[in-house]
Structures are given as C-alpha cells and as structure tokens.
Ligand binder design. Sequence first.
Ligand code: CO
Length: 298
Amino acid sequence: MRFSPRRSARFVALSLFIVLCSFSLAFAGHGETNAQKKGILLVAFGTSIKEAQKSFDNMEKQVKKACPGIPVRWAFTSNIIRHKLDKQGQHTTSVPSALAGMLDEGFTDIAVQSLHTIPGEEFHQKVLDVVNRFRGGHGGFNSIVIGQPMMATPHDVEAVVEAIQTVIPKQRKADEAVVLMGHGTHHPGNIYYPGLQWYLSQKDANILVGTVEGTPSLDYVVSELKKRGTKTVWLMPLMSVAGDHARNDMAGAEDDSWKSVLEANGIKVNAILKGTAEYDAFAALWVKHVKTAVAALN
Ligand code: CO
C-alpha cells in the first residue's frame, strides 16, 4: 500500500470517530440514572392470618387496574406481624427496607400509599417519618409522595359513610343496628371515629361506631343499643383486613368478645368477617388517594 496524504487524512478521521464513539459509550453508562422509573409502595399494618390476605390481593388488583404499567411493591408497618410471618417462612419488608430496595431497583419516583384507616400512630411514625428520610437530594428519590389513609379529610369521612351504606347486607332491617368495630388509638388521629359517628348519624341513626383501643368504646355502644331496645346487631370490622381483632376481639367465642358481650345483653348478633379492603366500595377510596399521589410525582 502506497502512502498518500488523502489516505492518511481518512485514517485520522476514522480514528477520531472511533475515539468519540468510545467516549459517548462511556458517558451513556453513567447516564442510566437519568431514566424515570415510577413505582407504587402499598403500606399496610399487616396480618398473620392467611384468610385476611384477600384484602391485600384485592387492593393490589384495584391499584394495578387504576395505575397501569406502574410496578407495585408492599411493606408492612407492624414489626410483630413481620416477625410472626418470618417464622412461618413468609418474608415481608418494613417501609425503610422496601424503599431502600426500590432505590436499588432504580426507581426514581414513588407514590407511597398508606392502607391504614386513619392517620394515627402507624401512619405518622412508620410511614410519614420514614418517607421524609428518603426525600431527594442526597441519593434519595427524585420525588416521593404519600397517599393518605382511608380517612384524612371531612370529605373522606362522607365517602366512607357512603361506602358503609353500600356494603350493609340487604337483609338488615331498619330497626336492626349495624355496629362497626374500628381499631382506635390514643393518638389524636382517633378523632376520625367519633367524627365518622356524627356523619353516620345524619344518614342512619342505627349505625354505631366502636373501637377496640380508643373512643367510642364498646361500653358506649352497648349503652346506646340498650337505650334503643335493639334486638339484632350486624357486626362488621372497620379495618382493612378481617384479622386477629375481627376474628377474636369482635366475633370470637371468648366471654369478652364483642359478640359475646352483646349476646350477654340479650342481643342477637350477625358477625360479618370481611375486611374493608375486600369490598370494592372501600378499596376505591384508597385507589382515589393513590391516583392523587401518582399524579403529584414529578
Ligand atoms: Co391492634
């Protein structure tokens, strides 16, 4: 091959081209963090009762339907429940480890949806405080938005009243009472239960709200029923799952279960073991909140 200036110019151009290509490939490697990847983290208290898992299956189905193409992950806020499940061979994650895992997976924008009923201690300590530590700037997410619990505004409470009215069994007669068993808490968020009672009383005076650990109490519910001379009660959990509280504290055979206490007061009890998240009418309330959170992602 004879040396010519033209050929040498072509060689230099080709070499430059190859060098530039290598540079741009190297930069493309660093560019992978730029792609936006949205995700949804569903956060529940958790349950160790297999049957109650139905609630979570329904929630995931409804959320995926409302937010197509966005991957869904789960976290449980109760450490006791997670340890119980670990012993049964079922691995679950807390909110911080679920979020760390999502960072590892390359998610950039997260909607964290609380499946709690009220903004109480679980929501404030195990969702709000933890999520605040994952906010952007220092290796956190580009955007992270919290979806509110089922009741977080007066408007939500009115929507819950409507949902309750749609799920009450058709066989229930007007003079029969419906008693909802909420969890209740010492946290100020407990105010949603007496608040819900007020909104319910505007629509149907025979629907009562009681709580296991807060106000109103079972004593209040019993005294109200006695005042009215109620003969039959429909007992329903106001919790996302029909777990331990619903099966034991509400409808259990022990003397101190709500069912036993009501029966000891001469009232006939029909207990319904279905968590609110099993009903589409309630699931829709959380779905509305997750859609608001997803829409607020950057
Ligand atoms: Co509890």
